[in-house]
Design a protein around this ligand. Sequence first.
Ligand code: HEC
Length: 157
Amino acid sequence: MRRGRRRIVYVLGFGALVLMGASSARGAEVEAACQYLPAAYAGKASPVRLTDRAALAAGQRVYETGCALCHGTTGRGDGPAAGLLRSTPANFAEPAFRDRLPIDCNFYRIAEGVPGTDMRGWKWLGEVTLWQVLAYECTLARAAPTSRRAAHPPNSR
Ligand code: HEC
């Protein structure tokens, strides 16, 4: 009897550790991936103003035709194809993503994709279009109800 109770305590404790680990793991993952960017991407800055209305409109068109299928129209990672993929598409409103993915790394990911996942590279869209879609992606992070920070993009750090 006593032994059984102790086992329950262990199980609960282990569960709590797993949950804590899971929430910080995503942030650590994002940081690790961004630490060694290829020279062509490290420190890269947008040639288009990320708040430019024409750029955002162009970015939105690309996003809705190219990205929403997986990332969802509001960028929560819940597009119609999300359930069919090997991993969950990034949720652009998730704090780990929103606050920790530096803008050059964000650009790098869109351009080159994430190896071993269904996120393929979009380099063929061309540099300006890539920045436009990134600009639009940032507005999704900002507009999402879970976002507590009005000032964005934090990625522009
Ligand atoms: C076929 C589905 C699919 C499409 C289409 C797609 N993505 Fe993704 N995307 C994913 C998945 C899955 C991941 C998560 C990969 C992983 O497991 O790290 C991801 C991750 C990302 C990331 C985050 C990478 C990181 O390091 O956290 C960004 C940024 C991104 N996508 C942007 C875009 C943009 C912009 C488009 C459109 C031009 C797009 N994606 C189209 C599936 C997709």
